[in-house]
Design a protein around this ligand. Structure first.
Ligand SMILES: *[C@@H]1O[C@H](CO)[C@@H](O)[C@H](O)[C@H]1NC(C)=O
Ligand SMILES: *[C@@H]1O[C@H](CO)[C@@H](O)[C@H](O)[C@H]1NC(C)=O
Ligand SMILES: *[C@@H]1O[C@H](CO)[C@@H](O)[C@H](O)[C@H]1NC(C)=O
Length: 635
């Protein structure tokens, strides 16, 4: 019997050929397939027989081949590993405003690709989903002829801010219009020559300003979206297509949608109506049939005078007395803000999950997330504690039900659970897991396991069999899909929102659509005494999640390590110091999936900040002109 040296010879002859070929191709990919740009490979990495590329290449191939799901339609290999890469591939062009600090991104439909670099050909540039178009929602604000006491003026400005923030957070572009827009409408003169009742005159001005802007949503600035992100009315409005002129039963003139032509037509019809001088609203001024009426909806709350009179008696009483109008107005902003907050709390009946994978080492890491969770579960200050918003009379007031905070070690995809995740840079995580403040290549390669964070975080969702790379798709979905992004907030461990930065806190407010409670105790000067439950809730009982309770010394050590790692991760990039960058590159190459997740979240948050700041800049000029000019002119 011949000796069998070749292990493949146990196989039938055809398979032998296939197996040998496979082995050969694998060998080629691993050892010959590095890209030409590697002539500048870091000498430090070359000291070891496994250069950075081959090292992670082997990781990639070994990890992926057995478990790659058959239907994974994505190209799953980083560029340098792809032997078929043609010279025609060039990095996609930079998009406008696509960087902030170290974070850079590229918005594209291919964002579900596990590795951004296979699209951008750039390790630092993350692929994010295309930015959603924000349909404009217009409101009309005219300060002339309004009450002029300081309290009322301040309250009106606060209300406009609440209105803008709430619509922005729901995916719209709120726009405040004024007299100049109305005057710009060609039909303005025709309206001016009619001598209208003051109510209709005001209403016509709103419509003229709206018509001047064209297709969109016309909204009173006391009407705010008060519902979950996937509410049917809000979903319809977000689509940005309004085939008919629609008004909403029960909202009076709080909300209209329509296309430019229909708006113009309705205005013309009103102007030509011989009875126009006797009516008080647009709805009466136009022929019946002009509007479609939506009878059933509850996504928008309108704090109209009628509603306030019927539901919020203590405010109504103040508004009726000329002496206390200012006080009454000043009660509205906290009332509406608390209703927005409470509606959010009512949406997430399963509470808030502060994600804590690897709980033995990450207590310090998730502290900023716990802080946010506690503030979110707290009750907002309000002049009428047990009240409900006008559109949800059967709400659960915050004072009567405390929101639950849990610390699961795994991500759970529950529709009624809000998740706050903290993604650490691999350097930070490695340093915490091994209680070391200095990492070197040898240690990383010999002593550390790869992609510990994503493997732990998705263990329940995806089981244990899947490679870390295949998990990235779900991770990115959880962060950035429509479904995921409205149910989660993701932070990077190295740059959590700083509680001492007004800008960071404001950013959170605009993300959630209401101002988060920021003071543990209610304001002592508040007129209505605020009951006990409004105090800040204690930290979650199971503060340490599934992990052991760390001793004070351990916790202190964790904090020190975290501080050092934060400095390291940010400093490495800023100084360009070779030693820093080298170590960071090695850790990143060893943990490709964790690094991808971290860069994705960093870019996701940076883009959100940039989007809003850019819009604020655009708006600033406008609002400066609008408010200051007018308010100065009339005072
Ligand atoms: C964003 O892009 C616009 C136009 O491309 C440019 O005018 C503006 O300065 C950019 N803003 C920032 C903050 O980079
Ligand atoms: C979570 O569940 C929703 C709906 O069941 C699904 O569409 C989504 O893809 C899931 N997300 C993740 C990250 O698995
Ligand atoms: C949470 O509330 C505390 C006081 O209760 C405040 O110091 C902190 O800045 C708040 N944090 C956030 C993120 O709002």
């Amino acid at each position: 019997m011949p000796t069998r040296i070749n292990p493949c010879s146990y196989l039938p002859r055809r398979l032998q050929i296939v197996a040998s070929l496979t082995a050969f191709v694998l060998f080629c990919i691993l050892f010959l397939g590095t890209s030409s740009s590697d002539t500048t490979v870091d000498p430090y990495l070359n000291q070891v027989p496994f250069a950075k590329q081959i090292q992670s290449g082997a990781h990639q191939v070994v990890d992926n081949l057995p478990s790659l799901p058959k239907d994974l339609p994505y190209m799953n290999t980083p560029q340098w590993l792809n032997p078929f890469r043609g010279p025609a591939h060039t990095p996609p062009p930079e998009q406008a405003n696509s960087s902030s600090g170290e974070a850079r991104w590229y918005s594209d439909f291919k964002w579900r690709n596990p590795f951004s670099s296979s699209v951008t050909l750039d390790e630092e540039r993350a692929v994010l989903p295309p930015l959603k178009e924000r349909p404009p929602v217009y409101t009309y604000f005219d300060a002339t002829g309004r009450r002029k006491d300081d309290k009322s003026k301040k309250a009106e400005q606060d209300l406009l801010q609440i209105w803008r923030r709430a619509w922005w957070a729901q995916g719209f572009k709120p726009v405040v219009l004024g007299r100049p827009e109305a005057m710009n409408n060609p039909q303005y003169r025709a309206v001016q020559t009619l001598e209208l009742e003051p109510e209709l005159d005001m209403e016509m001005m709103r419509w003229l300003a709206w018509g001047n802007m064209g297709t969109g949503i016309l909204c009173n600035w006391l009407a705010v979206p008060m519902a979950a992100h996937d509410d049917p009315l809000l979903t319809f409005l977000r689509r940005g297509e309004y085939p008919a002129l629609v008004r909403y039963e029960g909202l009076d003139n709080g909300l209209f949608v329509g296309g430019k032509e229909e708006i113009d037509k309705a205005l013309k019809a009103a102007v030509n109506n011989p009875a126009v001088k006797r009516v008080k609203s647009m709805v009466e001024a136009v022929p019946s049939g002009t509007f479609e009426v939506d009878p059933a909806h509850d996504g928008v709350a309108f704090y109209s005078t009628a509603t306030i009179t019927a539901k919020y008696i203590s405010i109504k009483e103040k508004l009726e007395d000329p002496e206390t109008i200012g006080d009454g107005m000043a009660m509205l902003p906290p009332l509406i803000n608390s209703h927005l907050h409470m509606t959010w709390q009512n949406t997430f009946t399963s509470g808030i999950a502060v994600l804590k994978p690897l709980p033995e080492h990450t207590t310090a890491l998730i502290e900023p997330a716990i802080d946010i969770a506690r503030n979110l579960s707290q009750c907002s200050e309000t002049p009428i504690p047990a009240s409900c918003p006008p559109n949800r009379p059967r709400c659960k007031p915050c004072v009567s039900s405390q929101m639950l905070i849990s610390l699961p070690p795994v991500f759970r995809n529950t529709s009624t659970l809000f998740t706050i995740g903290t993604v650490p840079h691999s350097y930070t995580l490695t340093s915490l897991i091994h209680s070391r403040d200095e990492l070197n290549l040898k240690f990383i390669r010999r002593e550390t396991s790869r992609d510990a964070w994503i493997l732990a975080a998705t263990k329940e969702l995806l089981g244990t069999g899947l490679s870390s790379f295949a998990r990235l798709v779900n991770m990115k979905e959880a962060v950035a899909s429509d479904y995921g992004s409205s149910r989660s907030l993701w932070l990077t461990a190295e740059r959590p929102p700083s509680v001492s930065s007004e800008k960071d806190l404001e950013e959170l407010d605009w993300t959630f659509g209401f101002q988060l409670p920021r003071s543990p105790m209610p304001n002592g000067h508040s007129e209505t005494p605020v009951p006990g439950p409004e105090r800040r809730p204690p930290p979650p009982k199971q503060e340490f999640g599934d992990g052991p309770v760390p001793s004070e010394a351990d916790l202190a050590k964790e904090k020190t390590l975290l501080e050092k790692a934060r400095l390291f991760v940010s400093k490495g990039g800023r100084t360009g110091d070779k030693a820093f960058v080298r170590t960071r590159d090695v850790v990143e190459a060893w943990n490709l999936a964790d690094t991808e997740a971290w860069k994705f979240v960093r870019a996701w948050n940076a883009r959100r900040r940039v989007e809003r700041r850019r819009w604020e800049e655009e708006e600033e000029e406008f609002s400066k002109g609008l408010f200051h000019k007018w308010i100065d002119a009339i005072t």
